[in-house]
Design a protein around this ligand. Structure first.
Ligand SMILES: Nc1ncnc2c1ncn2[C@@H]1O[C@H](COP(=O)(O)OP(=O)(O)OP(=O)(O)O)[C@@H](O)[C@H]1O
Ligand SMILES: [Mg+2]
Length: 373
């Protein structure tokens, strides 16, 4: 039997743990044309949830589009990604609806689709802008077209913009303002999602910025412990193996209900055999740390010594007031150095400011740091 656990973004058909309230809220806001900002730490399930919500909206008759702005490099790149998302989204409906056909034709006045065969026998679709037009003009014309389409469509239109915070990297706010100007007039529902929470939140909660107060904020928490335990027990059974509720609870607790780690840990544990003991779980946790080693080393390699010192300090003393005498003494850091490092690490969403003080966002990375340093 195949391993039933998945640690890539979940397909709508994959078993899903909880998120029932978030799913139904996303769907009802989307169908009503209300905009939502969805945020959480990395690998908490934002994309999986959006895909699921869009699948259900699609099945209820909405037009749905999904675009990922991860590391978007320029306004041209942004416009091209949005164009491709619209093109791919509309392509699905085009053989059924004349309306879609007309929209596609309009669309190709500005954008030229490029089809390239791939080595595995598939086709890659790229969308290139027509020559000689600036990225901003292209983006604007595309947004106008989306607006027109949403107005004429006799059904809800839903557009998901994933890793939305990355748009702030491409210019000094011009794209942000342009998007806001058009989106506020669109009769479509948008979801803006992202994992760099400080940057994403400030787009929507800073009163001096164009998107201020324009969306409902939705934060994904860790998975509920008891649902996660049932989920793990259920998937073991589905895969033809068993696990005690006690061992599944230990998995959930060790990863602090972090969705990605819960899946990866369960995947590794499932591979070890049936009915794992608590000792097997503890042993498997080492394999989990080993499998994440390269990604953690990559993060650490990108930090200055002061940033790393602060991160390790917070791993060992979570909830610290970072400028307190005791913390500075423990970590051998200076107050000035710490303040700059806090800013950097929190912008990267490596640390967050909880009620009791600063702590690491990722509980497994935290345990790895403690072992390493
Ligand atoms: N509801 C859920 N039930 C079970 N597993 C989940 C759930 N949501 C997410 N996961 C697991 O979490 C992992 C991350 O999911 P996903 O890619 O959707 O997260 P994300 O928040 O979009 O991540 P990123 O910030 O990297 O874009 C996946 O491995 C998936 O298996
Ligand atoms: Mg994602």
């Amino acid at each position: 039997m195949n391993n039933p656990f998945r640690f890539n973004t979940l397909r709508p058909s994959d078993p899903f743990c909880d998120r029932e309230k978030e799913l139904s809220d996303l769907i009802s806001h989307g169908m009503n044309g209300a905009n939502v900002t969805l945020f959480s730490p990395r690998r908490y399930g934002k994309t999986s949830l959006i895909k699921r919500a869009q699948k259900e909206m699609h099945d209820k008759g909405a037009y749905v589009f999904y675009v990922d702005f991860y590391r978007v490099m320029s306004v041209e790149d942004l416009a091209s990604r949005l164009a491709r998302a619209v093109y791919e989204g509309l392509g699905e409906y085009v053989s059924f609806f004349e309306k879609g056909k007309k929209a596609l034709l309009d669309f190709f006045k500005t954008y030229r689709p490029v089809f390239t065969p791939t080595e595995d026998g598939g086709i890659q679709i790229d969308v290139r802008a027509s020559e000689g037009i600036s990225g901003y003009d292209l983006l604007e014309s595309l947004l106008l077209e989306i607006g027109r389409f949403a107005e004429k469509a006799n059904r809800p239109v839903h557009i998901a913009m994933d890793e939305f915070q990355d748009i702030v990297e491409i210019d000094k706010g011009k794209t942000e303002a342009l998007l806001r100007t058009h989106i506020q007039m669109h009769g479509a529902g948008y979801v803006f999602a992202g994992s760099r929470r400080r940057i994403l939140k400030s787009i929507f909660t800073d009163r001096h910025r164009p998107f201020y107060n324009s969306t409902l904020l939705m934060e994904l928490p860790p998975l509920p412990h008891s649902d996660l335990v049932n989920y793990i027990v259920g998937l073991f059974a589905k895969g033809g193996k068993s696990i005690s509720a006690e061992a599944a609870a230990s998995v959930s607790t060790l990863v602090e209900q972090y969705p990605y780690y819960a899946q990866l840990f369960s995947y590794l544990l499932f591979g070890m055999g049936t009915d794992p003991s608590l000792d097997d779980v503890a042993e498997c946790f080492d394999s989990l740390l080993a499998s994440e080693r390269y990604s953690y080393q990559g993060i650490v390699d990108g930090l200055t010594p002061v940033q790393l010192g602060l991160l390790v300090g917070l791993a060992k003393y979570p909830g610290s007031k970072v400028t307190s005498q005791s913390f500075l003494k423990e970590t051998n850091l200076s107050s000035g150095g710490v303040q700059k490092a806090v800013k950097h690490l929190s912008l990267q969403d490596l640390i967050c400011d909880e009620k009791n003080g600063w702590e690491l966002v990722d509980p497994v990375f935290r345990k790895w740091l403690i072992r390493m340093f």
